[in-house]
Design a protein around this ligand. Structure first.
Ligand code: FES
Length: 467
């Protein structure tokens, strides 16, 4: 049986690039721009409530566990505490890492760092790893987050629920990073300028766990570690319970999330714990839609997707029968009923001369002001370049380079969030007025151009604004 190299630095990586699978254009379903804009809207309210409930349950179960220590009552309390800390934290980590859970960037970062600690994930390393996962989902040699590899190892899959191996690997990686030893994979996707941050984050996380271990030794009791450190291990079963439904057994090396990602209908309790990430196909296609709008997004586009798996038990049946079959035949694929639709050219990198006219004195007339809603972005291709025009407020328009400086995706498919243009691919943000890069993964600015309203027209001479 051929052994596939899933590493990011081996032959598979070169093959993926040669086959055009790296950083490629993916299928996107049709959705009306206005409806997508509504779904992309951010707010703090829903995430604040969900986060408060999660934290209250976390603290409440910890108190019950502490008060009932050494009685049987402490057992369910620790089960709940561990699942909330080492399991439900994963969805919080994920959504706040995308910067979409809250409207506030600080709130996203605060929860992201807390959840990263609870999961023993270096915040910066995993941020960049996840960008890559979204760029090259399930592309062998490119995606560092292919957990269930072919041929599947069923014993290892079942043992994943204990998180003993995975947790040990993650903690060892944190320790290595805390000593400044960056592994090859992290070095492959984390920019050099962020490596120092990687080291310091690891030191803080390792330091906290070490302090908890020291307290356990000092009092000769496992209790400190049961509250700080070990929940990452004994609570991780919930993370695996959800995580396996995302991509396990799905097709590798395709540029269509309908084939490599799974959407599963789940009940409201599971959806709270998992923050609606059961709508995983939809999330991968439109990462700028916050978790609370994913059910509505699903309703909009489900006719263009394969039918969702009807329940969690059905997903588990599909996963384990598929993994068992792929053990014998690693090339086996789940038969999927994917509708034959063309999809939308939302990200397509083509530059032509589109939708503009000559304005006064050689300026470019970009159209009627009233044709652009507040928060709307529109693409213009002028003189062999592509631009994005946005209406930031009722009175303010912005014109910037149309391609994201991270991976050259059209920004017109993104959103305007608090005066910033957000990229639809990995949620980088640019100041709409200056083009400055405001959020990773973008590190380079984009050009920003003077644009004005003359009468009822939007007009620009494409003069760059002074930074
Ligand atoms: S292409 Fe990655 S953030 Fe824009």
């Amino acid at each position: 049986m051929t052994v596939v190299d899933y590493g990011l630095t081996g032959d598979s990586s070169l093959v993926a690039v040669e086959r055009g699978l790296a950083n490629a254009e993916w299928f996107l379903p049709e959705i009306a721009d206005g409806r997508l804009r509504e779904l992309q809207a951010r707010s703090d309210g829903r995430a604040a409530v969900d986060t408060m409930v999660w934290l209250l349950l976390l603290v409440g179960s910890a108190v019950v566990a502490y008060v009932s220590l050494w009685s049987w009552w402490s057992l369910p309390a620790f089960v709940v505490y561990g699942a909330l800390a080492g399991g439900a934290a994963d969805a919080r980590w994920h959504e706040c890492g995308h910067g979409t859970a809250f409207r506030s960037g600080r709130a996203n970062d605060a929860v992201y760092y807390l959840a990263s600690f609870l999961l023993w994930r270096g915040p910066t390393v995993w941020r960049w790893s996840h960008y890559r996962h979204h760029t090259d989902t399930l592309v062998v040699g490119r995606d560092a987050e292919i957990v269930f590899q072919r041929p599947p190892d069923l014993v290892r899959t079942v043992l994943a629920y204990t998180h003993l191996r995975g947790g040990a690997q993650m903690f060892r990686r944190l320790v290595e990073h805390s000593f400044g030893r960056i592994d090859d994979e992290a070095a492959d996707f984390v920019p050099d300028t962020e490596l120092r941050r990687v080291v310091w984050e690891s030191r803080v996380f390792v330091g906290i766990v070490a302090a908890s271990a020291f307290a356990s030794l000092w009092w000769w009791s496992v209790v400190p570690l049961l509250f700080v450190g070990l929940p990452t291990i004994y609570g991780a079963w919930l993370m695996v319970f959800f995580g396996i439904t995302q991509h396990a057994g799905m097709r590798e090396n395709v540029l269509d999330h309908r084939y490599n990602t799974r959407t599963v209908y789940m009940n409201p309790v599971l959806r709270f714990l998992y923050l609606n990430m059961n709508y995983h196909v939809e999330h991968h296609m439109f990462p700028s839609v916050p978790y609370h709008a994913l059910p509505a997004l699903h309703d909009e586009i489900k006719d263009q997707l394969a039918p969702a798996v009807p329940s969690t038990p059905a997903a588990y049946r599909q996963i384990f029968t598929t993994l068992a079959r792929q053990r014998r035949d690693p090339a086996y694929e789940i038969p999927l009923d994917v509708p034959d639709v063309a999809g939308a050219p939302r990200h397509r990198i083509t530059v032509g001369e589109t939708n503009w006219a000559h304005g006064p004195d050689g300026a470019v007339d970009l159209g009627a002001a009233d044709s652009l809603d507040v928060g709307e972005l529109r693409r213009f291709d002028v003189g062999g370049r592509t631009y994005v025009l946005g209406r930031v407020t009722a009175d303010e328009f912005a014109l910037c380079d149309g391609l994201c400086s991270h991976q050259q995706v059209h920004l017109a498919g993104g959103a305007i969030v608090d005066g910033q243009i957000e990229c639809p691919k990995h949620n980088a943000r640019f100041d709409a007025r200056t083009g400055a890069a405001m959020r990773r993964p973008a590190r380079e600015p984009i050009g920003a151009y003077r644009v004005e309203r003359i009468g009822d027209r939007i007009v620009s001479r494409l003069e760059e604004r002074t930074p």
